[in-house]
Design a binder for this molecule. Sequence first.
Ligand code: ADP
Ligand code: ZN
Length: 296
Amino acid sequence: MKFGALEAGGTKMVCAVGTKEGEILERVSFPTESPKETMPKLLEYFRDKEVQALGVGCFGPIDLNRQSESYGRILETPKLAWRNYDICGYFRNGLQVPVGFDTDVNGSMLGECTWGCARGLDTAIYITVGTGVGVGVLAGGKLLHGMQHPEGGHMLTPAREDDPYKGKCPYHGHCLEGLAAGPAIEERWGAKAKDLACRPEVWELEAHYLAYAITNYIMVLSPQKIILGGGVMHQGQLFFLVRAKVKDMIGGYLKTRGLEDMDSYIVPASLEDNQGILGALKLGMDAWEKEKGGQR
Ligand code: ADP
Ligand code: ZN
């Protein structure tokens, strides 16, 4: 039995076919242009693959409320051509199979708790720090949606007193994404993030913002593990800095076994950058189980 997986990102669309054991059999990637240009290529790719269902982990915000008329659509994105686009409906009509749908970061969280370092846990968070910052949340064994879905990347964040940078988020200026995503690092320091590897002050400040947010997520959600992925986290030195700062910021208030071993509490993504596509695969498997499982 085969399932389709789509990791729908702002710059590229990764399509894959895999098995329920989490084996990726094949994959391709297409640039994200307008829906009119891009979507037929994706449909064409999946059409002859005999997939039982498709899972889509999508850039957001998206509508995940099944009671809503706009369920399955992309909402207020700055990518204007995609605003209001019914990505789920397009595949349902085109492929006539169940379509699972969630945010890209909830997808990555699902990948990690199905096949990665969050297996066996019921509450954890996955944070991507890349072109934007996104937070996927597993709470009580389920991906958290609530009113819409968590938007932890836009958590309002005070600038540190020695940081005059105005912040890059068009909605908030100073939110975590506005202060700590790749483009903010580049604008603040005037060079590509990966070319700043040898500037300790860059990563010390970056770690401050990440630790500030993570400490707040810990206080609100009580996660059993915190997983960090995305391009910026390829700077491995961030992990040491973030762990030390989180410990400081908690200030001795929480004393749990999990926090005693920071090296296995705040960890890098464990699936070699496949967490997103594997999570999408699992979204497809779950959609199939929900719609067709009972008919077996
Ligand atoms: P996206 O968020 O678009 O899916 P990525 O997770 O790869 O893509 O994030 C891209 C961002 O990560 C860019 O802002 C880039 O500057 C930054 N980045 C990529 N590689 C590195 C690296 N080795 N070190 C620091 N930053 C990096
Ligand atoms: Zn913001």
